[in-house]
Design a protein around this ligand. Structure first.
Ligand code: SAM
Length: 292
């Protein structure tokens, strides 16, 4: 099978199947063999690995993954791409295609069923419209993820690495800090995709941390507090948190926090009652969620 990740091969498949790119699914296919190889090299894929690919498209990256990995599970939402993938990946017996929305897939169960609960690697050229929910969902799934090597919008890659006080600082930066070590593998210009996206891209590798940088009793509460703080980032932290439903405990109960309780916690931490969420470090969010 010839490689699909070139302008001519991709155009040929598109024509053959009369395929229309769906903007709503963030379909920008890679047409640069060099970039495709570099993604697989950055993910350090070997025959020992089980890879989950999100959004295989016509299978351009999947081919390279199948050639290096032990097995590949490719999850694609667009049912029009399934017959195409069945043809383009027909020669590989280590690829499983699943026609599902990744946001609805139980990744932990999938890795349990397909890889006996051993660590899996995620590799993807992500659909940009849902980058944050996909990455947060993967972190919070508590699936055994060894690493994620993903193409994202350049701006989002930058957002993953910033600290308090910058406009890009948010729930994603804090989640990355808590769960992973980020490393930008390369920047990728729009010309490497068909059709070309209106933004620059970057491949970022997130390697799971062995030890968390802060200790918390309830991770779910921590990220629920962080989300509530940034959902209304113009408000003070006390206003954003007061009466916002936050999740707590293993059963995921919704509880509300009284403003007085937030004030008390801020006083104890010697922080101003009018501080905004964007000024707090991960450490401070951890302490705050503990006090709440
Ligand atoms: N991997 C291919 C490549 O690099 O050429 C395609 C990447 S394209 C940027 C994103 C892919 O994700 C598309 O194939 C799109 O249909 C798929 N996709 C979009 N939303 C999805 C979702 N919620 N679940 C699974 N796949 C999705």
């Amino acid at each position: 099978m010839a490689y699909l990740g070139t302008p001519t091969a991709t155009a040929e498949i598109i024509r053959k199947y009369n395929f229309c790119f769906q903007k709503k699914y963030g379909q920008n296919f890679l047409i640069d063999a060099n970039i495709l190889q570099k993604i697989v090299a950055s993910a350090e894929i070997t025959r020992e690995d089980c890879v989950i690919e999100i959004g295989p498209g016509i299978g351009s990256l999947t081919q390279y993954l199948a050639e290096s990995a032990g097995s590949v599970i490719a999850v694609e939402i667009d049912k029009k791409l399934i017959p195409i993938l069945e043809e383009t990946l027909g020669d590989y017996d280590n690829v499983t295609i699943i026609n599902e929305d990744i946001l609805k897939v139980d990744i932990r169960k999938l890795s349990e069923e397909r890889n006996g609960g051993r660590p899996v690697k995620v590799v993807a050229n992500l659909p940009y419209y849902i980058t944050t929910p996909i990455i947060m969902g993967l972190f919070e799934s508590h699936a055994p993820l060894q690493s994620m090597t993903v193409m994202v919008q350049k701006e989002v890659a930058d957002r993953m690495q910033v600290g308090p006080g910058t406009k890009d600082y948010g729930a994603l930066s804090l989640a990355v800090q808590y769960y992973a070590e980020p490393e930008i593998a390369m920047n990728v210009p729009p010309a490497c995709f068909m059709p070309r996206p209106g933004v620059g891209s970057a491949v970022i590798r997130l390697t799971g941390r062995r030890e968390k940088p802060v200790e918390v009793r309830d991770e779910r509460l921590l990220f629920s507090v962080i989300r509530a703080a940034f959902n209304q980032r113009r408000k003070t932290l006390a206003n954003a948190l007061a009466n916002a439903p936050v999740l707590a405990g293993d059963g995921g109960r919704h509880v509300t926090v009284a403003r007085e309780k937030v004030y008390e916690a801020l006083d104890q931490m010697q922080l101003s009652r009018t501080i905004r969420g964007e000024a707090l470090t991960l450490d401070q969010f951890a302490r705050l969620s503990g006090l709440l």
